[in-house]
Design a protein around this ligand. Structure first.
Ligand SMILES: Nc1nc2c(c(=O)[nH]1)N[C@H]1C(S)=C(S)[C@@H](COP(=O)(O)O)O[C@H]1N2
Ligand SMILES: [Mo]
Length: 249
């Protein structure tokens, strides 16, 4: 009898070991399969669909926080960097056209063309905030210009703002971004023509650049040439290279 019990338990041990191996095998196969699935999942706007889905969840959460009318933190002038970094010169490598105008495409075939003199007629706003680049640096900087929402009011762009997005591009179209209109209409979003109280230097985006403190640096397009409006997300340079579209803070 004793002997028989020993045989049974030895058998059970063998079965247990086999079961263990089987589960380990299945687990490894499942991990490998899951990884393959992620790797080969169809791409959506530059990222595998499952990753893009995760980014979309982020976007949903962060656009909610914006709903509270949240303002970016501001600083006293004394905290502003005297030497402002220059980062990203895509679309800025040619001379500024002396005939530059801000082109606002109200709709196809209807373009508003504003000179810097037209833009300076609007009330001037200043902001000092912590400018954050997605590459990991940040710097308190000081900008002056016009609130985008003031320009919308002055030129009656309400119908355009009822669409979901604004597209902005450099005059040569080499750099371009798309921005949700809720962020465009944020009270701290400005079209800037001054930095540290002086004329905006060419490499920081003269004659006119976007300053949008609720977004990472990538969206602060320098040397705006054209703006247009749509319900579908406009093409976005860094989004096409895998970055989050919303880029909210
Ligand atoms: N036209 C244009 N605008 C641009 C870029 C660019 O390469 N070209 N780079 C962006 C990035 S990634 C950052 S961090 C900021 C940097 O602004 P700054 O050079 O004034 O510091 O500009 C943004 N706007
Ligand atoms: Mo950046």
């Amino acid at each position: 009898m004793k002997q028989r019990e020993d045989i049974i338990s030895a058998k059970q041990v063998r079965i247990k070991t086999l079961k263990g191996l089987l589960f380990a095998g299945l687990f490894i196969a499942a991990c490998y399969g899951g990884w393959q699935w992620l790797k080969e999942a169809p791409k959506e706007q530059g990222a595998q669909k499952p990753y893009r889905a995760a980014l979309k969840i982020n976007e949903a959460i962060f656009s909610k926080t914006l709903d509270d009318g949240q303002l970016a933190k501001t600083y006293p002038v004394s905290k502003a960097a005297k030497k402002v970094r220059v980062n990203g010169l895509i679309g800025l490598r040619q001379d500024i056209d002396s005939n530059w105008r801000l082109e606002i495409i109200r709709q196809e075939g209807d373009t508003l063309r504003l000179s810097m003199d037209d833009i300076r007629l609007l009330p001037k706003t200043e902001i000092i905030f912590d400018f954050k680049c997605i590459e990991g640096w940040s710097q308190v900087s000081y900008w002056g210009g016009v609130k985008f929402s003031d320009l919308v009011k002055r030129y009656g762009l309400d119908a355009q703002m009822r669409l979901s997005y604004t597209g902005l591009e450099t005059p040569n179209k080499q750099y371009y971004v798309g921005i949700d209109n809720k962020s465009m209409m944020h009270p701290q979003t400005i079209l800037a023509y001054e930095m540290n109280g002086s004329a905006l230097p060419p490499r920081n985006g003269a004659p006119l650049r976007l300053i949008i403190p609720v977004k990472y640096g990538v969206k602060h397009l320098k040397r705006i040439g054209r703006m247009y409006f749509s319900n579908t997300p406009p093409p976005d340079y860094w989004h096409e290279r895998g970055y989050d579209y919303f880029c909210g803070l």
